[in-house]
Design a protein around this ligand. Structure first.
Ligand SMILES: Nc1ncnc2c1ncn2[C@@H]1O[C@H](COP(=O)(O)OP(=O)(O)O)[C@@H](O)[C@H]1O
Ligand SMILES: [Mg+2]
Length: 502
C-alpha cells in the first residue's frame, strides 16, 4: 500500500510549557485502518488536531499525499480530503440531520429564487444515508437523537465532503457496549469504500478487531508502529502503560482499621457507574486507575453531590451523604480537588486572596457578617508559603496570571486547609510541572499521616502506584480489579485498564 501521510519529528509544546509531543514520526498507508493507542494525556488528540489544522506543531514536518502539509485552519485540511470526528461532537442541536450535514455548503441547493430547495437537500443526504446503511432520517432533529445517532451524523458530515482520510478520535468512548460492534463494522465498511481511517481508542479489543496497523504513544513520545500480526494485546498494553515504574519511593503506611467512607452499589442516573462499591479507611490513599471515560468523572461528581444516584448508598462514618449537597458534604468533612481548575476549581478572574478563601468564608473563618481582610490576607499567605505558590508580591492579582502548576498548588492548598476527613482528588497533577507534582504528592502523604483518607482518581498510573495503598481499576463503570500495596503489577493493571481482563 502507498503511503498517504507521513509525520517527521513532529513536536508540540503548548504555551504553558507542556510538551505534549516529542519528535513523533509515523506514517499512514492509503486504505488502511490505523489505530493510535496510548494512555490519557499521551498526546493522541494533540497529534490529530495538528493533522486537522486545529493547532500548529512547534516543529517537525508533515507530508500528505506527497506534498508538504501545514494546514492553518481545518478548512484547509478539509479541502485536501481530511475529515475528523472529535471526541466532543460539534453539531447544531436545534436543526435537522440534513441541515447539519450540508452546513456551510447550503448554496449547492439554492434554486433560481435563491431559496434552499429542502427536498433536494434531503434527497441528497438521504442517498448517502442509504449508501452507508444508517438508520436515521434527514428530517430528524439533532436534539432528539441518542448519542450513537449523533455520532453517525458527524460521520455523515465528514463523508459528505468527499473525504478520503478520516480521523476518529475515541469514537467508541461514548457508545454503549452493545453499540460498539455495529460501529466497528461500520468503520470497516468505510475502509471498503477505499478510505483511510485513523482510529483512536484505548480499548485493545476494538483495536485488534479492526486495525491493520497500530501506533503506540506514551507521554508524548512514539513507542512504535506495528502490523497487527506482529503483536498481541499484552505486548501493546505493556508498551502503552510501561513496566518501568519504580515502587521503592512508596510512602509509609498510615493505614488504620477505621472505615471513613463506605460506598455500596452506586449507580448514577446517567448509567455510567454500574454497581460500584468500596470502602475508604482512615489514613488510606485509595487510587482509582483506568483510562478516561470509564466512570472517573461520574465517580467524582457523585461524591461531590453534583450527579444524582439512581441507586446505592454512601456513608461517611455511618451517616448517609446521599441527601447532602456539596456544601453539606464539605461541612461533613469532605474536600474536593476538581480536574478542571480553570472552570470549576478556581475563579480565574478573581484575586489570589479571594480564591484562597473561597469556600472557607462560608465556614465563618474570616468573621461572621463582614470579611476580616487582614485575616483573609494572612490565610492566603499561609497557603502560598506552605504550598510554594509563586505569586509575585500583589495578592490582589487575578489568579489567571499564575502558571498552571501554581494555580494547582493554590487549589490543593486551599482544599487541604479544611483539614478534611476525606479529600477527593481528580487528576490532581494533570499538566503541572515536576516540582509541583512532587509537592502535591507530598501534601497528600502528609494529609494521610494525620488520619485523613484520600480518594485519588487519576489517569496517571505512575502517580497512583507511587501514592496509593490500594488500587481499584475502573472499566466501563465497574471496579474490575483491586490490588493492595506492594502487590502492584503494572502489566496486570494494564490488562484490566484496556479490557483484556475483567
Ligand atoms: N490546550 C492545551 N494547553 C496545554 N496543555 C494541553 C492542551 N491540550 C492538551 N494539553 C496537555 O497535553 C497532553 C496531551 O494531551 P492530549 O493530546 O489531549 O492527550 P490524549 O488525547 O492522548 O489523551 C496532556 O498532558 C494535556 O493535559
Ligand atoms: Mg484525547
Amino acid at each position: 500500500m502507498l503511503q498517504i501521510l507521513a509525520c517527521d519529528k513532529v513536536s508540540k509544546t503548548y504555551p504553558n510549557g507542556l510538551e505534549a509531543l516529542k519528535e513523533v514520526s509515523f506514517e499512514v498507508k492509503k486504505g488502511e485502518i490505523h489505530a493510535i493507542v496510548g494512555e490519557n494525556g499521551a498526546g493522541k488528540s494533540t497529534l490529530m488536531n495538528i493533522l486537522f489544522g486545529m493547532i500548529k506543531p512547534s516543529s517537525g514536518e508533515i507530508r500528505f499525499k506527497n506534498s508538504l502539509f501545514s494546514p492553518k485552519h481545518p478548512s484547509e485540511a478539509i479541502g485536501l480530503g481530511i475529515g475528523m470526528v472529535h471526541q466532543h461532537f460539534k453539531l447544531v442541536q436545534s436543526i435537522t440531520v440534513a441541515e447539519n450535514v450540508v452546513l456551510g455548503m447550503e448554496n449547492r441547493f439554492q434554486n433560481k429564487m435563491r431559496k434552499i430547495d429542502r427536498a433536494e437537500m434531503n434527497r441528497s443526504v438521504a442517498s448517502l444515508i442509504e449508501k452507508l446503511k444508517m438508520s436515521i432520517s434527514p428530517d430528524d432533529k439533532i436534539e432528539n437523537l441518542p448519542i450513537s445517532k449523533k455520532q453517525q451524523v458527524e460521520i455523515l458530515k465528514v463523508l459528505y465532503r468527499d473525504t478520503d482520510f478520516i480521523i476518529l478520535d475515541e469514537p467508541t468512548a461514548v457508545l454503549a457496549p452493545n453499540e460498539v460492534e455495529d460501529f466497528l463494522e461500520f468503520v470497516m465498511e468505510i475502509q471498503k469504500m477505499g478510505k483511510t481511517v485513523v482510529f483512536i481508542s484505548h480499548r485493545l479489543g476494538e483495536v485488534f478487531a479492526i486495525a491493520d496497523r497500530i501506533t503506540i504513544l506514551r507521554r508524548g513520545t512514539l513507542v512504535g508502529t506495528y502490523e497487527k500480526k506482529e503483536v498481541d494485546r499484552e505486548s501493546i498494553a505493556n508498551m502503552m502503560i510501561g513496566t518501568d515504574t519504580d515502587l521503592t519511593e512508596h510512602p509509609e503506611d498510615f493505614l488504620k482499621e477505621e472505615v471513613l467512607l463506605s460506598v455500596e452499589g452506586l449507580v448514577d442516573i446517567s448509567g455510567v457507574l454500574r454497581d460500584l462499591s468500596f470502602k475508604l479507611h482512615a489514613g488510606e490513599i485509595l487510587g482509582f486507575a483506568g483510562v478516561g471515560g470509564n466512570g472517573q468523572e461520574e465517580l467524582f461528581e457523585v461524591l461531590a453531590g453534583n450527579l444524582k444516584l439512581s441507586s446505592g448508598e454512601m456513608e461517611l462514618r455511618d451517616s448517609s451523604l446521599v441527601q447532602l449537597d456539596t456544601l453539606g458534604r464539605r461541612r461533613a468533612g469532605i474536600a474536593y480537588i476538581t480536574d478542571d481548575r480553570m472552570k470549576k476549581g478556581l475563579a480565574p478572574d478573581r484575586s489570589i486572596i479571594e480564591n484562597s478563601m473561597a469556600g472557607h468564608h462560608k465556614f465563618g473563618s474570616f468573621g461572621k457578617a463582614l470579611i476580616d481582610k487582614s485575616k483573609a490576607r494572612s490565610f492566603a499567605r499561609s497557603i502560598i508559603t506552605d504550598y510554594d505558590v509563586r505569586t509575585g508580591k500583589n495578592l490582589n492579582t487575578a489568579v489567571k496570571a499564575l502558571s498552571g502548576g501554581n494555580m494547582q498548588k493554590l487549589l490543593v492548598g486551599r482544599e487541604i486547609a479544611y483539614n478534611p476527613a476525606i479529600l477527593v482528588a481528580s487528576q490532581p497533577t494533570a499538566g503541572v510541572d515536576v516540582a509541583a507534582r512532587k509537592l502535591i504528592h507530598d501534601s497528600f502523604r502528609k494529609l494521610s499521616e494525620t488520619g485523613s483518607g484520600v480518594i485519588l482518581i487519576s489517569g496517571d498510573l505512575e502517580e497512583i502506584m507511587d501514592l496509593a495503598n490500594r488500587i481499584i481499576v475502573l472499566y466501563r463503570g465497574r471496579a474490575v480489579a483491586e490490588m493492595s500495596y506492594p502487590d502492584y503489577d503494572t502489566t496486570e493493571i494494564g490488562y484490566y485498564m484496556t479490557g483484556i481482563r475483567g
